[in-house]
Each structure stands twice: as structure tokens, then as C-alpha cells.
Design a protein around this ligand. Structure first.
Ligand code: HEM
Length: 240
């Protein structure tokens, strides 16, 4: 076993790996949202953006592979750490007697860990639904086959029309909005525990870091909820 494998398999190593993969996934979600906001600049801006990504060819596939690797590592390491902590807690409870206050703290930590696992599982289901919806086109095949005809007579994938048709259907909005609220919860609690792992307890910097996190999470949640809601309720981009 090499040094990196030993580090990842130790509890602190696993925490650092979960924190790093989590932060990179958080960055992806922000960049993805910034791209999706092209919807508000119109059909041409959105479809040109999607076309530019498609034209990246092998680079796009490399980015997809990296994203998949980050997602799977985050998932597997998160699940393993949760299980290891649960086992350790069970053994400690058997041998150690604690004050009611410390017992309470431990119960709160165990509850937060269970919520991180449960919200992570829901986010995984959401991502699978999302891929079947917009990338594979299995949920609304007719919207996935929409094309835009350009002035020179050529055609391209109408991602703008696909997203609008997607969110004109209330079922999709009812899937996306609660998933985005859970994603926000998961991102915030995950990022706060990264600060803990990094040992950021400085009385000035800790509150500043938490405010920055609040802002980024609010941006992700509000932005990702605003897109489906504005389309469904008719005050966002329209035109199918
Ligand atoms: C309202 C919110 C969202 C919208 C409108 C949206 C839109 C889209 C669209 C249109 C695509 C397909 C692009 C194409 O094939 O041309 C896509 C792909 C994808 N989205 Fe989202 N997305 C949203 C939120 C999210 C969130 C919150 C996540 C992650 C938690 C996410 C993860 C992904 C992934 C992993 C892909 C596949 C990327 C690829 O393989 O190219 N999306 N999204």
C-alpha cells in the first residue's frame, strides 16, 4: 500500500479527500449555474454556450470523466467514513460513560452525519434524474430532439427550448426545487465541516469564511430554484 492509499484510508485522510472532492464539486455547481444563467440572455446565447461545450470534443469527455471520478470518490469515501464513525461510536458507547451534555453533543453530531448521508443519497438520485432528463433525453424525448435553425440554414441542438419545455412541466419543477433546497443544506453543512477539518477556528476569519459560504450556497439555491420557478410561473424565459 503506498503513502497516498494509507492517508486516504486513515480517518483524517478520508476527511481531507471528502473535503477536496466536495469543494471541487461545489465549484462545478457554481460554474454550471453561471452557464445556465445564459438562459436569461436568450436562445442564441444559451445555444451558443451549449454548442461551444459540445465542440470541446475530447476535452469535454475528459471533464466528464474527472467529474464522475470526483462524484464517485466523494460518495464512496463519505459512506465509508459514516460507517466507520458509527462503528466507533457504538464501541465507545459500550465502554465510556459521559455527561448528559456530551451525550447530547454526540447525538447532534450523529444526527447531522445521518442527514449528510441521506441528503447525499437524494442528490445522487437527483443527478441521475437530471442526466436522464437533459443529457440522455429519456424523460421528455420530444424536447430533447428540438433544433434551432440558424440564418445560414444549418441546425443545432436547441438546449434553450429543451430547458423551457422541461420546466413548463410542473412535475419536473417539483423534483428540482426540493432537490435544490437539500443540495443547499448539504453544501452548507459539508463546507462548515471542511472548516472544522482544516482547523479554522480563528475568531475573525471563521465568521468571514462562514459568511462567504452562506453567500455561495444562497447563490446556488436561489439561482437553481429561480430557473425552474420563473419558467413555470411565466416570468422567466419563454417560447419553448
Ligand atoms: C435549474 C438547475 C439546472 C439546470 C437548468 C441544468 C441544466 C443542464 C443542462 C441543459 C444540461 C445538459 C447540457 C447538454 O447536454 O447540452 C445539464 C447537464 C448536467 N448537469 Fe445540470 N442543470 C441544473 C442543475 C444541476 C445541478 C444542481 C447539478 C449537480 C448537482 C447538475 C449537474 C449536471 C451534470 C453532472 C450534467 C452533465 C454534464 C455533461 O455530461 O456534460 N445540474 N444540466
Amino acid at each position: 500500500m503506498n503513502r497516498l492509499q494509507r492517508l486516504v484510508q486513515s480517518s483524517i485522510g478520508a476527511k481531507i479527500a471528502i473535503a477536496t472532492t466536495g469543494l471541487l464539486l461545489f465549484a462545478f455547481v457554481i460554474v454550471h449555474l453561471l452557464g445556465n444563467l445564459q438562459l436569461y440572455r436568450g436562445r442564441d446565447a444559451m445555444n451558443s454556450y451549449a454548442e461551444t461545450l459540445q465542440h470541446l470534443g475530447p476535452l469535454l469527455w475528459l471533464a466528464r470523466l474527472i467529474l464522475l471520478g470526483l462524484f464517485l470518490s466523494h460518495l464512496v469515501l463519505g459512506f465509508r467514513l459514516y460507517r466507520a464513525n458509527r462503528l466507533a461510536r457504538g464501541e465507545e458507547d459500550y465502554y465510556v460513560k459521559r455527561s448528559a451534555h456530551r451525550d447530547d453533543l454526540r447525538r447532534q453530531k450523529a444526527k447531522a452525519a445521518a442527514m449528510m448521508l441521506a441528503s447525499g443519497a437524494v442528490i445522487l438520485l437527483f443527478v441521475l434524474y437530471h442526466l436522464m432528463h437533459f443529457t440522455l433525453g429519456w424523460i421528455q424525448p420530444s424536447a430533447h430532439h428540438l433544433t434551432e435553425t440558424l440564418p445560414d440554414g444549418s441546425t443545432r441542438h436547441d438546449v434553450y427550448g429543451m430547458v423551457i419545455a422541461g420546466f413548463q412541466n410542473p412535475i419536473n419543477v417539483f423534483v428540482y426545487v426540493p432537490a435544490m433546497l437539500l443540495l443547499g443544506w448539504h453544501l452548507f453543512h459539508g463546507a462548515v465541516s471542511v472548516l472544522q477539518t482544516l482547523g479554522l477556528t480563528h475568531p475573525v476569519w471563521r465568521p468571514v469564511a462562514e459568511k462567504v459560504l452562506w453567500f455561495l450556497v444562497a447563490f446556488v439555491v436561489v439561482g437553481n430554484c429561480f430557473i425552474p420557478l420563473s419558467i413555470l410561473l411565466g416570468f422567466g424565459p419563454q417560447g419553448g
